[in-house]
Design a protein around this ligand. Sequence first.
Ligand code: SAM
Length: 282
Amino acid sequence: MDYAKGKNNLASIRLTRYILGYKAYIYRLIKAFIISIKVFPAVFAEPSSYGVGEINFKGDGVISTRPKISYGESFELAWSKALKNKTSKEFHRFHYCRHRAALYSFGASIAQNRFPDMEMVECGVWYGLLANFTLERFKQRGINQKFNLIDLFGINTESYKVIGEKKKEYEDQSIYKAVQERFSEHNVKIHQGFIPDVFKSEAIRRINHVSFLSCDLNNVKAETDAFNYFEPKMPIGGILYIDDYGCQGYESTKEFYDIFFKDKFIPLKSLHSSCLAIKVKN
Ligand SMILES: C[S@@+](CC[C@H](N)C(=O)[O-])C[C@H]1O[C@@H](n2cnc3c(N)ncnc32)[C@H](O)[C@@H]1O
């Protein structure tokens, strides 16, 4: 009888010790459960995934609940215009790109401030969400920045099918006209053609000083061609924006740019896909 009682006591002591030892884990488990309950209904319910309830940011596989960021009214106005003005499709889902737009325009602003007389270039435009947002922000500040947009704009998409993943949404032939209209209020030159062939055009050969270069081509071959062509035209202090740098599935793009990050550029690696870098050496 006593023996059995002693055995029971020992078992309950072990259990108490086990529970106390794992208290921290149990506490975390409960916390994680509560956060999930709070966060996930909002994640599923809201297609624009930013600034909803407790969720500050959801995108690129990242969810953060703190701290709250507010970009301000003029930012929201420019972003809403970039997203919705003459975009024929359902662009609501691109709300998550807001942090990319913030990074992009931050880089472009530094470049504009340092080299106000130079041109800016974007390779990989589509409807030009990031460029449109940035030029709108410049316009709000009375800046008339010279900008070049280079893309296939829906034509000959077969030409890069073999190199990269071809997405149906890039094939729409109405993109070119939409882009012309979307950028009509800005100091923009639109160059339609395949990179690198399009670089032979007179209009592109004329571009000699580039303060800001954005590459967002979704394939490393075109990224390499674009960077190799425009990088020598950038001054020390010029800014490079790479949209796919940290993106899952674009590891070769990162590998390509990492070569230049050894000494020619200093990158500001972001937690998310995009990366901003400053040129420090010719
Ligand atoms: C991700 S989208 C660009 C998105 C854009 N930066 C924005 O702000 O929304 C990629 C674009 O790269 C273009 N593209 C890919 N390879 C190309 C090439 N070799 N020459 C020209 N354009 C190319 C596609 O036509 C597509 O519009």
